[in-house]
Write a protein that binds this ligand. Sequence first.
Ligand code: AKG
Ligand code: FE2
Length: 320
Amino acid sequence: MATLPVIDLTRPHSGELLEAAHDIGFFYVAGHGVPEELVTGIFEQSRRLFALPPDRLRAIENLRSAQFRGYTRVGTEHTGGSADWREQLDVGPEREALRLGPQDPRYLGLIGPNQWPTELPELRTTTLAWQAEAQRVSLAVLRSLALALGQSPDYFDGWFDEEAAVHLKLVHYPGRQSTEGEQGVGAHKDYGYLALLQQDEVGGLQVQTPDGRWIDATPLPGTFVVNIGEMLEIATEGYLKATNHRVVSPPAGVDRYSAAFFLAPRLDAVVRPLNLPPELAAQSTGVTEDPDNPLLAAYGENALLGWLRSHPAVAQRWWR
Ligand SMILES: O=C(O)CCC(=O)C(=O)O
Ligand SMILES: [Fe+2]
């Protein structure tokens, strides 16, 4: 069984990182320096969140948010046209909604506040602390990648200031009998630059290899899983690929938790192709063409399309 590479961020890793990002687009990072109490703390808060009574979760449902923030019930999110079997809390940068005029780009409507349950004040502080650490680690990986791609390490930095549209999700996958279906989340790519994932010990995350097989991203204590998003595929004209991945539902009686961070740029970022060194450019095979998932270079447009597609009820209510 093929396994994913481990990149240790405490020692030189440029060549290894480039190989992992090019060959499969999915790898583990160790030596990331995220404090252990935050790693355990985020799952503890997450368990408390999803154990709240249904009416308390409904009070922070994402249907109440034009910015797609808040709680999503099991079965209401769709990937590849089928319902995902997971519940989640979507969190973005904590900002006031803007007052927009008819000339403003629609995607600016994605800026706005989060929804937090009043009965769990620690959820907010722990989540925002975890978000800051996840952003630090992902940016470190992105800088190493920029360097390995023949750019200056700060090449991408301008798009990742305090207005970057980063996003995180606390996710709970309830177990079920395989006869009831097995789509925890359906096969998809992530649309930022990089995604960073903390998973518990249950397993179920699978990654598609270039030849179409699915391999397990087995939980590895002390690591995060990092994967390439669509924006890096565009920026490298396919030298790096946004890789398909999915989660298989845990068996009945088992619960799986994960925390996912998506390193996204400012909404007004426009992704331009990098000037790759010739030996890398020679291996760029172009951006994947998928009529169901057109990749737009304007980040805000791409992000809005993704949100509208995966949360049809929110789209219907706020974005008609
Ligand atoms: O929960 C996981 O392990 C993966 C989640 C994921 O891929 C996503 O939400 O984009
Ligand atoms: Fe994903």
